[in-house]
Design a binder for this molecule. Sequence first.
Ligand SMILES: [Zn+2]
Ligand SMILES: [Zn+2]
Length: 231
Amino acid sequence: MAAPEKKLVRSKSGLRMVTVDDDETSPFLLMEPPWVPDNECDCCQSCRGKFDFLRRRKHHCRRCGRCFCDNCCKTKVALPRMCFIDPVRHCATCADTTKKENEFFDKHVKTLVNGGQFMLSGKDQSDIESQFLCKLSSDHRFLNFEAESDKYESIQVSNLESLQIMANSRDDEGNTLATGLALKYKNSNDVMTMVKMVVTTGANKKQAQIWIAAMQKAFKMVYEGRQTLRA
Ligand SMILES: [Zn+2]
Ligand SMILES: [Zn+2]
């Protein structure tokens, strides 16, 4: 799949590299928040220090849009979910959130793209017996299923409706061990569909469980991103 075409746009927050076609945006995308208007804040929303033009000037956190003094908003962090090219100003709370998310992109998205082995079963696919390698596409928009002979239609990540972890055991430390994942989504014909992805025993078991944990985090982020699009 070719990488989507992108264009450079300037917003008040900085330069952003966005896809030309809206349909090709990442499902992890967050919209830029509206900025709290300058005339509505006379003091920093963190330290409460009064703004004055010379000593304490106003800055906006690019993630939440609230108004802070330089000291409370000076951390610059990469914010790929808003497509900024350079690191942008964050308040302390948002800096924490974004740093955790960037760890997600470094680690868990890699797991998802590398893929996990599952048996698939669904209402219409109950006779599928093959092992599928399930992978997140490199542009993060699709879950693709690869098998030697059988086929299963890709799932568009932005069409995921719910995610349910199937589990029936715990490890020595009491952590739930996933035995599978049930995904509800709208298929390409706009029909609500459910697929169960079952972890198989054997060498690929651990990788499949790690993949499920990463998918759970991914779904949470897609869901959050969707809230900002609707706002
Ligand atoms: Zn402050
Ligand atoms: Zn913030």
